[in-house]
Ligand binder design. Structure first.
Ligand code: FAD
Length: 290
């Protein structure tokens, strides 16, 4: 099912994100993770494409597995390091497997100095046009409440986001946030310039300190004092850190729902047990609002 159809009949969207394995040997465990997450009854599960060192090779297979479980998959696709030919071949594979939802992304600039991107694509908005020319897909885009790290100017970044939305996005998912006020201010600025599609809040449960350091390498997210104090206090005790991280994410989600969020997107980090605990903490709230 298209996510746009789900949005049309739901008051709150709940979604999770997983990533493909780094090696072929990990595929079965990602399938098991997807199966477990589907049992938490999300509206969709998204599968990354080559992010964080994972391969892009299994995005189609994992998205198909999610679909077989009766949950809508959202397959990510990046373009900056790809040729048009490669992008078209991946879109064709999505079509063959009846995957109807694509998160259209530019992708990060290659770290490898020896690799020069082919220049077929420069921005996600160009990928959106390409996808729409290839078929009838529901397309989402990424957004950055604290500004995309390369933009240096939040207002310019928002204008660029508007161009992306106008190219044909049905929804946006945010980079992870740890301070909800960042999101509330972003949403009001976005609405003021006519971005009126649903914006799903990206929540990353931090359950160990090394995960936090990796996350800080990837994003420029603001970490509020309350969150930093929690990490300081519990990072050396794995069980305590996990419990505190789950409680923090739960608290953030309850605040978002209270304030009328369009959707909650949990960066599941292939840890279904953590997601189960968070969803368990808010089960009655979800029942009341979905
Ligand atoms: P764009 O929307 O193209 O924006 C990139 C930059 O270009 C911004 O600074 C923007 O302001 C600027 N810009 C955009 N349009 C224009 C224009 N017309 N003129 C001038 N400037 C412009 N990466 C992966 O590799 N795989 C994944 O699966 C993945 N999943 C992600 C999921 C989410 C929810 C998020 C938030 C990010 C994800 N990323 C993933 C990371 C993403 O690829 C990077 O953040 C990337 O640097 C930007 O991608 P984008 O699609 O937001 O780019």
């Amino acid at each position: 099912m298209k996510i746009s159809e789900i949005i049309a009949r739901k008051k709150l969207i709940l979604s999770f994100e997983i990533f493909p394995p780094k090696k072929d040997t990990g595929l079965e465990s990602v399938f098991a993770c997807a199966d477990e997450l589907c049992r938490c009854n999300p509206d969709f599960i998204s599968v990354t494409y080559g992010a964080g060192g994972g391969t892009s090779d299994y995005t189609v297979e994992i998205a198909s597995r999610i679909k077989e479980n009766g949950t809508a998959p959202l397959a990510h696709l990046t373009c900056l390091s790809s040729t048009k030919e490669k992008v078209r071949s991946v879109i064709k594979a999505f079509k063959e497997k009846n995957i109807e939802n694509i998160l259209a992304l530019r992708g990060d600039k290659p770290q490898n100095q020896d690799f020069t991107p082919p220049e077929d694509f420069h921005y996600a908005s160009e990928l959106i046009k390409e996808i729409l020319a290839e078929g009838d897909f529901c397309i989402g885009g990424a957004c950055y409440p604290e500004g995309h790290p390369e933009s240096g100017n939040r207002e310019k970044d928002l204008e660029n986001l508007k161009k992306k939305v106008d190219a044909g996005c049905s929804f946006l998912t945010t980079q992870m946030i740890f301070d909800n006020t960042m999101l509330y201010s972003f949403i009001s600025r976005a609405r003021r310039i006519g971005i009126d599609i649903p914006i799903f809040a990206g929540i990353m449960p931090i359950t160990n300190a090394s995960q936090l350091r990796r996350m800080l390498d990837l994003s420029n997210a603001y970490l509020p004092p309350k969150f930093l104090a929690l990490v300081d206090r519990f990072e050396k005790d794995q069980k305590a850190m996990e419990q505190a991280g789950i409680a923090y994410a739960t608290d953030q989600i309850i605040d978002l729902i209270t304030n009328g969020a369009d959707g909650i997107h949990i960066y599941a980090m292939n840890k279904p047990k953590i997601v189960e605990k968070i969803v368990g903490n808010i089960s009655s709230i979800l029942e009341a609002v979905r």
